[in-house]
Ligand binder design. Structure first.
Ligand SMILES: [Cu+2]
Length: 124
């Protein structure tokens, strides 16, 4: 069974980059112009399809494979506008962590993986 948790999105990016909508489908809501949501290469579990939302438009994505999903707003990646969705018990955490990140996205993912590690500890 695939269980999902709300996306882990940095506090200050929540408004522009995402909200939870149902157990395994998340809608990335375009509350401001100029943003989109795109999967990050290498940060998808096996069997999950890559996705690219249109700039300035809402996009609903089904996260139906267990795993860590890295998401970015490409124009603002360098400003750290990234998110991570975690579904069930990921088997691809190591691969996802190994994907090289740059700029503020690197810091943002460090925080996101830390938060994810904390949820794992809390669940034990
Ligand atoms: Cu953006």
């Amino acid at each position: 069974m695939v269980q999902s948790v709300p996306p882990i999105i940095p506090e200050n990016r929540r408004r522009t980059c995402g909200s939870a909508n149902g157990p395994s489908e998340f809608e990335f809501v375009a509350t401001d112009k100029g943003h989109h949501a795109e999967s990050i290469k290498g940060m998808l579990p096996e069997g999950a399809a890559a996705f690219v939302g249109k700039n300035g438009e809402d996009v609903a994505i089904k996260f139906d494979q267990a795993g860590n999903y890295g998401v970015k707003c490409t124009p603002h990646y360098g400003m750290g506008m990234v998110a991570m969705v975690v579904v069930g018990t990921p088997a691809n955490e190591e691969q996802a962590r190994a994907v090289p990140q740059t700029g503020k996205a690197k810091q943002a993912f460090a925080v996101l993986f830390e938060k994810f590690a904390a949820t794992k500890t809390a669940a034990k």
